[in-house]
Design a protein around this ligand. Sequence first.
Ligand code: SF4
Length: 380
Amino acid sequence: MSEEHTARPADERVVLEARGVSKHFPVRRGPRSLLGGPRPAVHAVDDVSLRLRRGSVTALVGESGSGKSTVARLLAQLYPLTSGEILLDGEPARAGRGRAFRAYCRHVQMVFQDPFASLNPVHTVRYHLTRALRIHNRAGNSRQELEEALTELLGRVQLTPAGRYLDSFPHELSGGQRQRVAIARALAADPRVLLADEPVSMLDVSIRLGVLNLLRDLKERLDLAILYITHDIASARYFADTTLVMYAGRMVEGGDSETVTQRPAHPYTRLLLASAPDPDRVTDGEDGEDGGEGRADEPTEDADPAGGEPPSLISPPPGCRFHPRCPMAMERCRTQTPPRFDLDDGQWAACWLYDTPSAVPAGRTGGTAEAPGTGSEAAS
Ligand code: SF4
């Protein structure tokens, strides 16, 4: 365990914490294993640290394949860790089937991306919610207590009157209503942490805001810690208090959402933001009337010389994993993994630019490096 982790002052609002977590998936067949060499593995997550606090939303942002969903599944204990540690209330989480594991599952619940797949089509809303209440011993001792618990759950996700939804099958509900039922099922355990894996990406644009507002309301009313996983960095700015950015299995930047989205420090975060549609981002003198030309920050081939291809995670690039795509890559980037550099206002970036004052982009100052091997962590 790194010194930074053991010497860190206690933060009483932290509920769930990952310390130096890695997950490698062995590849069953491959040229090296046939020749008798070490079995290749997909390095899905490497040395990731983060903290989730009560009453706070942390967004984990990155493109497909960056490892963000794997982080959520590791926090939910759906996969065993390759290395590292997960702590709930400062106590190491235990995998298995014992009482401690059941308590962990009650406190840490997941909401999945696809509400079509996460609800069983042959069962009603009543069945899904009753089963969750019974598993977590919250169904009461009588039929009336169960009805009250079901009504309260649907009320929490703003599906009222409850009688209108309880005996509906998933196919009778809209996508937004189905996702609200999935959230209600997670709330049946009375959790303290919600891991929301792309909870609105399968929904129509018109109802996404309603579900995000619901999650924000639940965060405040129930003092929940929420991990919001998304590839949409614009929604992270709107919804999350803290934003963390992942690339190719590693954390590359973190800080409060306003700072990370308004003053991104890492070249990958800047590329992500430049790729997000923004109607305000128009260059002077070119107002877009001619068919959309003139966006100031549109990514160009110069900005992403590798053409947007993320690297193979079976043999990830040495040094900074972003270096094949980075327009600012230096020689050391190809061989040395950048540590986290702490910048202003709690922001940090894992990028060698902040160790080289002459290379720091305009408007920024160099950073202070963390101790080697401490991983990357959410800003406090
Ligand atoms: Fe680019 Fe080097 Fe920074 Fe990586 S460490 S993002 S390659 S400048």
